[in-house]
Design a protein around this ligand. Structure first.
Ligand SMILES: *Cc1c(COP(=O)(O)O)cnc(C)c1O
Length: 320
């Protein structure tokens, strides 16, 4: 039997191999490895997909968070509220910039930031909130934005795991997660919903001024070559990765649809199991299922991982 992998990147590649190979060879032939045409093409295509004004491609999802926080002018000592349950990057950049991370609880059902816990954590030093759309499920953005507006706070959505997820408002309108707050960040790490073949990331925003500033920060603080107006960093999406993303972006919705179909199947299969709770799906989130995460009661978790591995159902250790 064929082993079942958490993310089968090889099969995915083989399904689109002729297009990918051509795109890669075209970049090699052009030799415009940095800032080649596919980078701008991808930025435009991704902006259209996300329905957002500005996309700033960058080197990875961690840099995207850092550039967003630098762009917003956050200063050492400013408090930034993050969920206590997320991937390290969300909080790592807060510490790196000498900002003060303030942890709040996640909702036990969605695993995303709990608005009530958020409300209690706000002080006079709070400057920004970083909701994370964990596992591909949207955080409760209407409640979070309401609190942010009341206290005049920036909202940086860490959308690394939820590219393609729709947030559904109470009135039925939809927006892509990542485009609701002041700024959104994402990752194109190979195993993410939209993954390239190396590291990649992007920042999205509808704020014109902020976009200009973040674009400069991602490029050594310059808008014009050798005119360095501020301290920035070197964070670019390289042309090869952009070319690959240009091929993969049109497939993103069908990849997510396939994940949802499998998730539905698992939900039905586990529905009446006494020890398994399947992922909750809030009415405001069209789950993108970056991961299908079960809650187990009275089960030896590591033993189960070993058992599944013995049946060729694998958890790849080098993937996030
Ligand atoms: C993957 C991930 C990141 C970081 O992305 P990289 O491209 O690996 O730097 C940030 N936040 C979350 C929630 C992630 O899952």
């Amino acid at each position: 039997m064929k082993p079942i992998q958490m993310v089968d990147l090889k099969t995915q590649y083989h399904n689109i191999k002729p297009e990918i190979d051509k795109a890669v060879i075209d970049v090699l032939e052009s030799s415009a490895f940095i800032a080649g045409k596919p980078v701008q093409q991808f930025a435009e295509a991704f902006a259209a997909y996300m329905d957002v004004k500005h996309v700033i491609p960058c080197a990875n999802g961690t840099d995207a968070l850092q550039i967003a926080m630098m762009g917003l002018g956050l200063q050492p000592g400013d408090e930034v509220i993050t969920p206590s349950f997320t991937y390290i990057a969300t909080t790592e950049v807060v510490a790196l910039l000498r900002l003060k991370p303030v942890f709040v609880e996640v909702d036990a059902k969605t695993f995303c930031m709990d608005p009530e816990s958020l409300r209690k954590a706000i002080t006079s030093k709070t400057k920004a909130i970083v909701p994370v759309h964990l596992y591909g499920h949207a955080a409760n953005m209407e409640a979070i934005m309401q609190i942010a507006q009341e206290h005049n706070l920036y909202v940086i959505e860490d959308n690394a795991q939820a590219t393609g997820c729709d947030y559904i408002y109470k009135d039925g309108t939809k927006k892509k997660t990542g485009t609701i707050g002041t700024v959104g960040t994402t990752s194109f790490f190979p195993s993410k919903n939209l993954g390239c073949y190396g590291d990649g990331g992007a920042i999205v925003t509808n704020d014109d001024e902020l976009a200009v500033k973040m674009r400069m920060i991602a490029n050594h603080g310059q808008a014009k070559r050798y005119y360095h107006e501020m301290v920035g960093c070197n964070s670019r999406l390289d042309t090869l990765q952009a070319a690959i993303l240009n091929i993969k972006l049109p497939h993103l919705d069908s990849y997510i649809a396939a994940r949802r179909k499998v998730a539905d199947y698992y939900d039905d299969t586990f529905a009446n199991h006494p020890k398994i709770t399947t992922p909750y799906r809030a009415p405001y989130s069209n789950h993108a299922f970056h991961q299908y995460t079960l809650l187990l009661e009275g089960v030896d978790r590591n033993g189960l991982v070993e058992y599944l591995a013995s049946k060729q159902i694998l958890f790849s250790s080098n993937l996030k």
